[in-house]
Design a protein around this ligand. Sequence first.
Ligand code: TYD
Length: 216
Amino acid sequence: MKKGIFITVEGPEGAGKTTIFRKLGEYLLEEGYQVLMTREPGGIAIAEQIREVILDKENTTMDARTEALLYAAARRQHLVEKVKPALESREIVLSDRFIDSSLAYQGYARGLGINEVLSINQFAIGDMMPDLTLYFDIEPEIGLERISLHKGREINRLDLEKLEFHKKVHEGYHILLNQFSERIVKIDASKAVEEVYNETKTILMNFIESHSLQIK
Ligand code: TYD
């Protein structure tokens, strides 16, 4: 039985979602909420091991369905070990990426089909869909340029994909925005960080306050 609030953060490369994600987590903690901040793929030992296989630059022969299944497997383990227990303890779970990444990257950009990837993910997660998804929107050209300027960042196998692939990821997220319009909120991530943060914080707090008589 789920009692907490499950919030996911999504976006193409270079949208700055991880920076905003950290700031939101710190803010919620300061406000006295019980918060679990986690990320995908990974967050726990088994899922981190799967993540290494998926993102290893040497694994150039990985089949697209294998990739989708590995993400779904990592997601399952992460959900069972980390997300579910926190929700059952009425925490707010903030996850940096979740199912929509698979739908946009594997389902749409890799061409496996959004509905096909949705169905393997339904097997993995059951009815544990996020309550709210904050989608950070950025044009792929700008996102990739931001990444190239961010020198300390580790480059993984998906980062090495061409601009064409990242354009499809972006398009895929826009399809999801329509398909799951009741759950996904779009945030313009091209603005300055402080502005993006303030806008996101307002959306998040309105959502939490309207859903959370029980959790503070
Ligand atoms: P990461 O270094 O965490 O990237 P980011 O900072 O952009 O979140 O690497 C995760 C990569 O995996 C990223 O390129 C998106 C991709 N991904 C998928 O393709 N499918 C998925 O289901 C998930 C969770 C991530």
